[in-house]
Design a protein around this ligand. Sequence first.
Ligand code: MLT
Length: 410
Amino acid sequence: MARINDNFLKLKAGYLFPEIGRRVSAFNEANPEAAKRLIRCGIGDVTEPLPEACRQAMHEAVDELGNSATFKGYGPEQGYAFLREAIVANQFADLGISADEVFISDGSKCDTGNILDIFGPGNVIAITDPVYPVYVDTNVMIGNTGEADASGAYAGLVYLPCTPENGFVPSIPDRHVDLVYLCYPNNPTGATATREQLEAWVAYARREKAIILYDAAYEAFIQDPAVPRSIFEIEGAHECAMEFRSFSKNGGFTGVRCAYIVIPKALKGYTADGTEQAIHPLWSRRHSTKFNGASYPVQKGAAAVFSEEGKKQVAALIDGYMGNATLLREACSAAGLAVYGGVNAPYVWVGCPTGLTSWDMFDKMLNEANVVITPGSGFGAAGEGYFRISAFNSRANVEEVCRRIGEIFG
Ligand code: MLT
């Protein structure tokens, strides 16, 4: 009798984005004419072509693989030194991070899920609400939760509500937790955390011997120089945090796949008998056992993000998406809706009109405007009453979305 992992049966419906995909496909089938004018602002997937510098580097890398003198087989599991060094020089200069503390992977979604392999059972896990659903579902899968209640909240998880009142940055819990996921700039609310807020979290984590899993996948969208870009800007974070970064949203690598985790050697966890244990060698062992490295052409393409040309091209992409975010903010405000985010992040978080739930709003936008958005309740109970619009789209499409928002709320 082949036993399954029963934890999978605790998962709610589908993962949010496939679920949206299913609903949109059903709509398209039933409304072939409307389907032709559908604009997708749901999943945060980039739409603009890869930067020329990245494409060029990938072409050259493929050519190297076609020549026996420069051919490469398996690469280093942790990632090529050229990429890890470029990351440290460009993203973590003066932050006390070394290249051997960087682990290259094929995506932050995978990383934030896979990291649970190295943590034992019995940890008290805190997540923000609303939250990127991967953090929750991967904890459910591995058995770190009980069942979900009617609102979708899982027994055993500590939910940290994020609301307009706290600027969508959770207050420090008045109880102990062992692992806490923080994502800033935030998906889905588009909020950012201030230095003081992150300092308070680092102080809490050190006091509680907890670890902060800091997801900074949207760091490149920060416009305000006062907003911290990395948890490692905070003193003491090297002892209590790891950071997830990605090339998906800055270099447009959602289809190419490349990301990394920074795990300082000073970061410690504890064995069952309370003995201190460095996290870095555990992840190194896990990564090199279950992963064979991102491909050489992809890592070459990622490193090109940090070339002079690459930096300019990425900046132009970010400017384009952030210009979209501004337009979407303005259109939603003009429609009389409460608007958050979209200033240092590519997501605009919008209050639903009175009386409409998040899924009502999803249906309204789909049926009346033929625009796909993401219902806030898909990110957790505290997301009910909100919806998320992604700024990842062409300018022409965003202008059209703004026009349609004006039309349906006009
Ligand atoms: C989102 O829309 O929340 C993101 O695209 C999800 C992701 O990056 O995996």
